[in-house]
Design a protein. Structure first.
Length: 75
């Protein structure tokens, strides 16, 4: 796994507001791509902000879907 990808995953896992079991991270051509599902818009924004905090990350493509009926998080 690419180091930046792992650092972003770690950052997301430390954020207790996020459903860590429903988020995925890819690092492609210098871009961090977030995907998965969250229940609320603020969770989508938090995930993006978390990814941008990782040193070396300057571009985040946030493809996280907001699904209010998604399975509950076990954060």
């Amino acid at each position: 796994m690419i180091r930046i990808q792992q650092l972003v995953l770690d950052e997301l896992r430390f954020d207790l507001a996020l459903p860590r079991d429903r988020l995925r991270v890819k690092f492609v051509n210098g871009y961090v791509i977030l995907s998965g599902e969250v229940n609320w818009p603020h969770q989508k924004s938090c995930a993006e902000a978390d990814a941008l905090r990782v040193p070396g990350v300057s571009v985040v493509v946030n493809d996280i879907a907001i699904c209010r009926n998604a399975a509950p998080s076990h954060a």
